[in-house]
Ligand binder design. Structure first.
Ligand code: GLU
Length: 448
C-alpha cells in the first residue's frame, strides 16, 4: 500500500475510532485513491488527504420545540461544513433518530466528492437532527422545523451553505424552514435552501431528480454493456422519495420493480410497481402520520415479509434505495447467487466495503452511490442557478441538463479508472474523479 495513504488511514483509525460510518467511508475512498497519490507526490507535500478528511467546521446545537401537549422537547441539531474548495457548502438535512456525528461526517465527506462529480460549483456539507418525525403531527413537524432554523440560520446563506432535504426532510419540511429563515432575515433569499415547492422558487423535477438521475446513469452502464433496461426485473429497498423517483423512471423505461421495503419488512409485488396508481401510492404512504410500507401490501393485495430484507428475491438489477449499511456480506452473497449482473447503490453508502469487493469479484458491475444518486444534488444546484437568475426553467430544460450531467458523471468516472489502469471500475473511478477536482482547487488556494 502507498505509504502516505497507509499513514493517513492509520491516523484516522486511531483518531476517529468512535466514528465507524465515517471510518468506513474514509477507508473506501482513500484505498481507491492509491494510484493517484502514487502519481502525484504534491498531494502529500500539501497534506491534501489530512485536510480533506477533516471538516472545515462542525456545528452542534440544541433544538427546543413544543409538542402538542404544550410540553418542551429537546433534540440535538448539527451542520457539518465539510469542504468549500469548489463552491458553497451544499448537502441535505436528515431528521432521523440514528443521526449522530459519525453518520453526518460520512455523509458530508461523500457529499463533497459527489458534488464535485456533478460538474457544478458546489462544496460539501450535511446536517440534521436526531429528531424522529415518525408519529409526529403536522404542527409538531412545523414547530420543530422552525426551532431548528432559528439556530441554523446564522450559519447558512446563498453564498455560504445551502441545505436541502434527505431522509425525513422533504418539501413540507423545507417549506417550514424557509418560512422561518425569511421571517428571521427579513429577506427573500430563496436560494438558501433547495428542494422548495414550485410556487416559491423550487425547481421542476427536483423531487424526481435522484431517481431519474440514477436511471440516466444506469442507461450509460447498460449502453457500455450493450444491454437494455426494458424487460429487466429490479429489486429495490426503501419506499420514500428516492425509491418513488427510481420506480417511476424504471416503469417508464419498461423495467419492473418487484420489491420495496421499510424498517419493518419488505413487500413483494410480482406484477410490479408499474402503474401510476401504485407509484403515486408511495408518496401517499410517506406523508401519512404513521407511514409504514405494509400499507402497500394491504392496499394492493401482495405479500409482506415482516422483519426481512428484499435481497433474497431474484432480479436482474439490485438497487438499495433506503439508507446506509443495508447490504453486508450475507446479503451480498444472496445477490451474487441470483446471477444478477448489476448493482447500483442509490442510498448513500448502503453497502459495507467488504460486500462491495465481494460483489465486484462475483462479476457484478457495481456503481457507487456518490455517482448514481448525484442527480438529486445536481438539480439542487440547478435550483440555485434559477433562483439567482430569478427565472424558472421548464421540466424539459431541467431534464435535459440532468441527462447531460449524469452522462458526464459516468464518463468521467469510467475514464478516471481507465487512466489509472483499473479497467471499468466505476467505484474507484468516481472516487478519483471527484477527488481530483477538489484536490487541485485546494492546491491552488493555499494552506487552510
Ligand atoms: N440529500 C441529498 C444527497 O444526499 C440531496 C442534497 C442536496 O440536494 O443538497 O445528495
Amino acid at each position: 500500500m502507498n505509504g502516505y495513504v497507509e499513514r493517513v488511514l492509520n491516523e484516522t483509525r486511531e483518531k476517529n475510532s468512535n466514528e465507524p460510518e465515517f471510518l468506513q467511508t474514509v477507508e473506501e475512498v482513500l484505498t481507491s485513491l492509491e494510484p493517484v497519490i502514487q502519481a502525484h507526490p504534491e498531494y502529500e507535500d500539501h497534506a491534501i488527504l489530512e485536510r480533506m478528511i477533516e471538516p472545515d467546521r462542525v456545528i452542534e446545537f440544541r433544538v427546543v420545540w413544543e409538542d402538542d401537549e404544550g410540553k418542551p422537547r429537546v433534540n440535538r441539531g448539527y451542520r457539518i461544513q465539510f469542504n468549500s474548495a469548489i463552491g458553497p457548502y451544499k448537502g441535505g438535512l436528515r431528521f432521523h433518530p440514528s443521526v449522530n456525528l459519525s453518520i453526518l461526517k460520512f455523509l458530508g465527506f461523500e457529499q463533497a466528492l459527489k458534488n464535485s462529480l456533478t460538474t457544478l460549483p458546489i462544496g460539501g456539507g450535511k446536517g440534521g437532527s436526531d429528531f424522529d418525525p415518525h408519529g409526529k403531527s403536522d404542527k409538531e413537524i412545523m414547530r420543530f422545523c422552525q426551532a431548528f432554523m432559528t439556530e441554523l440560520y446564522r450559519h447558512i446563506g446563498i453564498n455560504t451553505d445551502v441545505p436541502a432535504g434527505d431522509i425525513g426532510v422533504g418539501g413540507r419540511e423545507i417549506g417550514y424552514m424557509f418560512g422561518q429563515y425569511k421571517r428571521i432575515r427579513d429577506a427573500y433569499e430563496n436560494g438558501v435552501l433547495t428542494g422548495k415547492g414550485i410556487p416559491y422558487g423550487g425547481s421542476l423535477l427536483r423531487p424526481e431528480a435522484t431517481g431519474f438521475g440514477a436511471l440516466y446513469y444506469a442507461e450509460e452502464v447498460f449502453r457500455h454493456e450493450n444491454d437494455m433496461i426494458k424487460g429487466k426485473t429490479f429489486v429495490l429497498s426503501g419506499y420514500g422519495n428516492v425509491t418513488w423517483g427510481t420506480a417511476k423512471k424504471i416503469a417508464e423505461l419498461g423495467g419492473k420493480v418487484v420489491t420495496i421495503s421499510g424498517h419493518n419488512g419488505y413487500v413483494y409485488d410480482p406484477d410490479g410497481v408499474v402503474t401510476e396508481e401504485k407509484i403515486n401510492y408511495l408518496l401517499e404512504m410517506r406523508l401519512s402520520r404513521n407511514a409504514n410500507v405494509k400499507m402497500y401490501a394491504d392496499r394492493f393485495d401482495c405479500q409482506f415479509f415482516e422483519g426481512q430484507k428484499p435481497w433474497g428475491v431474484k432480479g436482474d438489477v439490485y438497487m438499495p434505495c433506503a439508507t446506509q449499511n443495508e447490504v453486508g456480506m450475507e446479503e451480498a452473497k444472496l445477490i451474487a447467487e441470483s446471477g444478477a449482473k448489476y448493482y447500483f447503490e442509490v442510498a448513500n453508502m448502503p453497502t459495507s466495503n467488504e460486500a462491495i469487493e465481494y460483489l465486484k469479484k462475483a462479476g457484478l458491475i457495481v456503481a457507487p452511490s456518490k455517482a448514481v444518486n448525484a442527480g438529486g444534488v445536481a438539480v439542487s444546484a440547478l435550483e440555485m442557478s434559477q433562483n439567482s437568475q430569478r427565472l424558472a426553467w421548464s421540466a424539459e430544460e431541467v431534464d435535459e441538463k440532468l441527462h447531460t450531467i449524469m452522462k458526464s458523471i459516468h464518463d468521467s468516472s469510467a475514464s478516471a479508472a481507465e487512466r489509472y489502469g483499473l479497467g471499468y471500475d466505476l467505484v474507484k473511478g468516481a472516487n478519483i474523479s471527484g477527488f481530483e477536482k477538489i484536490a487541485n482547487a485546494m492546491l491552488a488556494q493555499g494552506w487552510y
